[in-house]
Design a protein around this ligand. Structure first.
Ligand code: G4P
Length: 293
């Protein structure tokens, strides 16, 4: 990862506009702080692509766009990289962030960055209209940087999915795991599904009721998963409910969009989460300074 970061920092020096691909369902949690740091160090403008907008709640996505557009040097767009018409709007938006370039002798140099599985390869293939990057639902497919000419006035560099060393907020790790941005061996399915169930119970109870024919009121995460197992008749030998199978179904239904259009966080919920985390740290008992005793 240190090598990928060093390589990204070098490429950033030769970049005019950073295209940061985010997952529209979790735009805060899928923002790698290392990308922001590298970008700010070089003062590069950024086009934030809220990808997979087809899976996210449109009203929440609109709130995120307002939030990002208010940041200095940032323009945000919601797209589905699986739709050619959405992707076709990206080059003009990127060029507008580097008006001093955009000439045949000075092409706009774009750099596509983002954490694993947000859709970078899908975006690059769609922009270039050919298959140069390998896509896949398993995190960390792209391993090396590669450079491509997009048109006479633009080229772009594809970078490997970049994770950061320590995820500061536990709920970010859980949102990333639920959305398949973290490799399957790095988390426990039941724990992630339980977090997802809690989030959906508080934000989208009506979608749960419709999909699983259950009454979400009064349930907590594990109880919802039990209810899904009971409704679907998932049992292990001995007759007990098959909790793991129901947990995996919930994760799959969220990931595929079968549950409906869902955003795991909004700008407001993220601010509240960060404020609560700050209070929790401030409330921790401090050890007395031995110098003062
Ligand atoms: P990465 O390079 O950032 O790691 O991501 P990649 O393009 O490989 O995409 C990861 C998965 O996300 C792929 O799923 C891809 O099809 C899907 N994806 C990318 N963009 C979008 C989008 O705008 N909307 C939706 N719904 N999905 C998107 P996969 O399971 O490999 O699917 P597929 O390739 O079988 O379709």
């Amino acid at each position: 990862m240190a090598t990928a970061r060093k390589k990204a920092a070098e490429t950033m020096a030769r970049t005019d506009v950073v295209i940061e691909v985010l997952d529209a369902r979790l735009p805060g949690a899928s923002s790698n702080p290392m990308i922001a740091e590298l970008r700010r160090h070089r003062q590069r403008p950024c086009l934030k692509i809220l990808n997979k907008a087809d899976l996210a709640d449109p009203a929440v996505t609109a709130a995120w766009l307002r939030e990002f557009d208010a940041e200095d040097g940032v323009k945000a767009m919601a797209v589905s990289c699986k739709r050619a018409a959405d992707v076709a709007k990206i080059p003009a938006q990127a060029a507008a962030l580097a008006p001093h370039r955009d000439r045949p002798d000075k092409p706009v140099r774009l750099m596509v960055m983002g954490i694993p599985n947000v859709g970078k390869s899908t975006l690059i293939n769609a922009l270039l209209k050919r298959r140069v990057a390998k896509t896949g639902d398993q995190p960390a497919i792209t391993r090396q940087q590669s450079r491509h000419q997009l048109n006479a006035r633009m080229d772009l560099t594809d970078t490997p999915g970049l994770m950061w060393p320590k995820i500061e907020y536990p709920s970010d790790g859980l949102m990333l795991a639920a959305s398949h941005a973290i490799g399957e061996n790095a988390y426990i399915d039941e724990e992630v599904a339980s977090f997802l169930a809690e989030t959906l119970l508080s934000r989208y109870p009506e979608l749960l009721a419709a999909r699983y024919d259950c009454q979400p009121a009064g349930l907590d995460g594990p109880a919802l998963i039990e209810a899904i197992a009971a409704k679907r008749g998932f049992r292990v030998k001995g007759g007990q409910t098959n909790y793991l199978k129901a947990a995996l179904i919930l994760l799959q239904d969220y990931r595929s969009g079968a549950l409906g259009r869902i955003s795991l966080e909004s700008p407001q919920s993220r601010k509240a989460m960060i404020a609560a985390a700050g209070h929790a740290i401030a409330d921790q008992p401090r050890r007395a300074d031995p110098e003062l005793l």
